[in-house]
Each structure stands twice: as C-alpha cells, then as structure tokens.
Design a protein around this ligand. Structure first.
Ligand SMILES: Nc1ncnc2c1ncn2[C@@H]1O[C@H](COP(=O)(O)OP(=O)(O)OP(=O)(O)O)[C@@H](O)[C@H]1O
Ligand SMILES: [Mg+2]
Length: 240
C-alpha cells in the first residue's frame, strides 16, 4: 500500500474546548467517506485522548501512539482500525497519567505517510514543547478558534510560534453564531492577521454527536456543522 504521500495536518489551538477534536474527527471521516481518502487519525492529546470516546469506542483500545513513539520505524504495527467506520487510529492512553514526550512524532508520521492520503493529528491546547513537536511534524496546521476575544487573543501566541517554526497555518473559526456579541469574521481576521479559511456554525448536532458518541458526520451528515466541515475537507483535498 506504500506509495501514497500523506499530507500531515495538525488541529491545534492554545485554548481548550474550542472544538479541535470535533473538527479533527469529523474532518477525518469526511475525507474518508466523501472523498475516498485513506486517513490515519492520531490523537496526540495525550492527557485526555477523547477521539476514541467520540467514536464510541468504550472498551479500552491499545495506546498505539505510545508504542509508535517508542519505536517509530514500526509505528504501523500499532495502528488500531475502528471496525464500524474503518478509520485508522493511533491514540494515547485513556488511563496512564505519565507525561508523554512527543519529540518523536515527526518520525512516527514519516514512517506512516506512505500508507495514507491524510494524517490528521488532534492535539492538546498548548503553547509549549508539545506544540513545537506537533508543528515540526505537520505539513500544515488548522488553528481552531471561536469568535470570542480571550480565545482569539491567546491564539496570537500560537500563530507566532507557527510562524517561527514556518509551519503553514489555516484559521478555522468554529462555533460561529452563538451570540450577538461575538466577534465578526472580519474582527477575527483583523485581530489574528490571517484570513479565516473556514467557518463552522454552532450546531447542536455536533454537540449531540459527541454526547451520543456518534460523530455528526455519520449521524447527521447534512447538518450545517457537517456541511461546513465537508467544505473544509474539500478545500484540503483540492490542495493536494
Ligand atoms: N460547532 C460546534 N457546535 C456546537 N458544539 C460544538 C461545536 N464544536 C464543538 N462543540 C462542542 O464543544 C465541546 C468541546 O469540543 P471538543 O472536545 O472538540 O473541543 P477541544 O478543543 O478538542 O477540547 P480539548 O482542548 O479539551 O481537547 C464539545 O462538547 C463539543 O461537542
Ligand atoms: Mg480535544
């Protein structure tokens, strides 16, 4: 199966709860189902790797990412295949409380990219070493923000670090339309000095999908949130 040249895309933010996992997971599913791409999702939020929970995997899955980081050359042996969606997944541990060093993440993705069209990496909110390791491993990152001042302002630091590391970045504005007081797209763009590449509305179906452990892209593929994430997937596919 080698011979592909997987694009490695990180989903980052300096802030928690902005929708990184919802975007990373549903984007992965859309790339697979709507665009026929072979996708590996890496849950590199090693403190609370929620992707498997959001997928409804309730039995404990092997912490494949930890094995892969230990021995990147054979990372493929640790990939878990989710039976009902077919999504390939490398996840941290749901139970271990040990801090995980992501400095080998670049080696892990390089050993796997030949097997995939896209490698999507979900991440923890960070402005520290783990963010730098992720930026180094990725071909580009999606910076997820919400149209709220503290989130936008804190993410100026994430942009600064991505620019230092020379990793291309797209701003994804999630949870749009929650209140009249929120920032407009233009205000977000002016504050960040980057144009907004994709907007995703606040959508109860995304929230419901998480709570019911049935990702919205599968349970309600036509909801406004799903459509917006599919549009983002289409943009990424068109760039390859
Ligand atoms: N567009 C949206 N509309 C409505 N709810 C959303 C939307 N995006 C995310 N959510 C909800 O917001 C909450 C946080 O989402 P998510 O877990 O994806 O954030 P996160 O950035 O990954 O958080 P963490 O930093 O803790 O990993 C979840 O309850 C999710 O269902
Ligand atoms: Mg998350």
């Amino acid at each position: 199966m080698a011979g592909r040249d997987g694009k490695v895309i990180g989903v980052i933010s300096a802030k928690g709860g902005v929708g990184k996992t919802a975007v990373a997971l549903n984007l992965s599913l859309s790339l697979m189902r709507d665009f026929g791409k072979k996708v590996l999702a890496i849950d590199a939020h090693t403190i609370s790797p929620n992707m498997s929970l959001y997928l409804g995997i309730i039995d404990v899955i092997p912490p494949g990412l930890l094995y892969a980081l230990r021995d990147p050359e054979v990372a493929g042996e640790s990939v878990y295949i989710h039976s009902s969606t077919g999504l390939h997944l490398l996840s941290g541990s749901l139970t271990s409380v040990k801090e995980v060093d992501l400095s080998n993440l670049g080696e892990v993705v390089n050993s796997l990219r030949g097997d995939y069209d896209f490698i999507i990496i979900d991440t923890a909110p960070s402005l520290g070493d783990s963010l730098r390791h992720i930026l180094k491993a990725c071909d580009q990152v999606l910076l997820v923000v919400n149209p709220w001042l503290p989130i936008v302002v804190t993410n100026l630091k994430a942009i600064k670090i991505a620019e230092e590391m020379k990793t291309p970045l797209k701003v994804v504005l999630n949870k749009v339309g929650r209140s009249r007081e929120e920032m407009s797209v233009k205000e977000v763009e002016d504050s960040l000095g980057h144009r907004v590449a994709a907007t995703i509305p606040v959508d109860l179906e995304i929230y419901r999908g998480v709570e019911e452990r049935k990702p919205v892209m599968l349970s309600n593929p036509r909801s406004p949130g799903s459509s917006a994430i599919r549009k983002l997937a289409k943009m990424l596919v068109s760039e390859v």
